[in-house]
Write a protein that binds this ligand. Structure first.
Ligand code: PRP
Ligand code: ADE
Length: 195
């Protein structure tokens, strides 16, 4: 059993630390660069080593949570599939519910969906109709911001679901791809690591 802190909580109680106390940049050591995956010319940033390390994963979730502690977040939406990993952990840390935004064919009706453009072709995101009704204050979470189409579609879906997007958090921003330009200027978008 870990020693108790001044407030009598066990030291391991999951309370997010202020972001400036977290060495976020050190997380790069757990993110692997994989050239030519999943196709030639793509430099894939693989977060699975970070997920497998309890301290690094915990630090990542603390850092994702820190900017939103006082933002009145009422729900976290995670984008399939890697966004589920970070989104669900973050929802628990912020002590709010989790809403999965899913690829087509995974959720039963009634559904609301948004179609969006990919680099090649189109895709769709779906969620349960009415699940954010009443203007639920919603934080959108994903692992990577690349061209920005996915995150922009998630914001549109949250709006159609009756929610109010308070902002978005991503672990990695591939800033050379310019995805931030597709995100509404007036909404905060926080990235832990810029590549
Ligand atoms: O900014 P964009 O250009 O829209 O790309 C970002 C998206 O691409 C990846 O998803 P992907 O569908 O590849 O896969 P996943 O199921 O492994 O999360 C990533 O997880 C983001 O959701
Ligand atoms: N380069 C990349 N690495 C990991 N995930 C991605 N999603 C989109 N582009 C990516």
């Amino acid at each position: 059993m870990p020693p108790a802190d001044d407030a009598g909580r066990p030291a391991s109680t999951p309370v997010a630390a202020p972001v400036d106390e977290l060495d976020v940049d050190a997380l790069r050591a757990w993110i692997l660069d994989v050239p030519n995956f999943p196709s030639a010319g793509v430099l894939f940033r693989d977060v699975t080593p970070m997920l497998a390390d309890a301290e690094a994963f915990g630090r990542c979730i603390d850092a994702l949570a820190a900017p939103w502690q006082d933002a009145g977040v009422e729900a976290v939406c995670g984008i399939e599939s890697r966004g589920f990993i970070f989104g669900a952990a973050l929802a628990r840390r912020l002590e709010v519910g989790f809403v999965p935004l899913r690829k087509p064919g995974k959720l039963p009706p009634p559904l609301v969906e948004v179609e969006y453009a990919l680099e090649y072709g189109r895709d769709r995101l779906q969620a349960r109709s009415g699940i954010l009704d009443g203007g639920l204050r919603t934080l959108i979470v994903d692992d990577v911001l690349a061209t920005g189409g996915t995150l922009a579609a998630a914001h549109e879906l949250v709006t159609r679901l009756g929610g109010l997007t308070v902002g978005a958090g991503v672990v990695i921003e591939l800033s050379a791809l310019g995805g931030r330009a597709r995100w509404p200027r007036e909404l905060p978008l926080r990235a832990l690591l810029d590549y």
